[in-house]
Design a binder for this molecule. Structure first.
Ligand SMILES: [Zn+2]
Length: 166
């Protein structure tokens, strides 16, 4: 069947990419956060199971990590990216099933992996504007919280994406 999307095509690039998990249950939330929370419409998407975990240096994932890094480097060069947003999400099956971790350990590992992934990206590409977020379920949908990245001279301080209205 043929289909025409009514969404207007805008050729301007936003020069940012997001790395997140493929999990379809949270895809719309990620999109909403990037577009409306961070004001990054049309950002480049690097979606794969586990998201930032795939860049966090797990030894048995090394060849795949190199492949993901190559793809990210391509986007950074071809699309002149200057900013990368890394997002982890609650109950990620990659951690639960592939890495066998659960509960609080899982959340802690995910936060730590954001810093590891930021280091890997910075070392491989030279890009320094990298931010990390954790998306958790809440009664109202999904809550995205900045995760401070422990990187030397990179990682701009996480900023509150949504201005508060009083
Ligand atoms: Zn996941």
């Amino acid at each position: 069947m043929e289909y025409t999307s009514p969404v207007e095509y805008n050729e301007e690039r936003i020069h940012a990419a997001a790395v997140y998990c493929s999990d379809g249950r949270v895809g719309e939330h990620f999109d909403d956060f990037l577009k409306n929370g961070l004001q990054l419409p049309r950002y480049d998407r690097v979606a794969l199971p586990g998201g930032p975990a795939r860049l966090a240096g797990y030894a048995d994932d090394a060849s795949h990590q190199q492949a993901v890094l190559d793809e990210l480097r391509f986007l950074i060069e071809a699309h002149s990216l200057n900013r990368v947003v890394l997002i982890q999400h609650q109950d990620c099956a990659f951690y639960q099933q592939r890495l066998g971790v659960q509960g609080e350990t899982l959340h802690h590992m995910q936060d730590t992996d954001l810093t590891k992934a930021a280091h890997v990206i910075r070392d491989a590409t030279g890009l320094t504007h990298i931010e990390g977020y954790y998306a958790g379920h809440s009664a109202k949908g999904m809550r995205f919280q900045p995760v401070p990245l422990d990187t030397d001279n990179s990682a701009s301080p996480a900023t509150d994406p949504a201005p508060k209205h009083t």
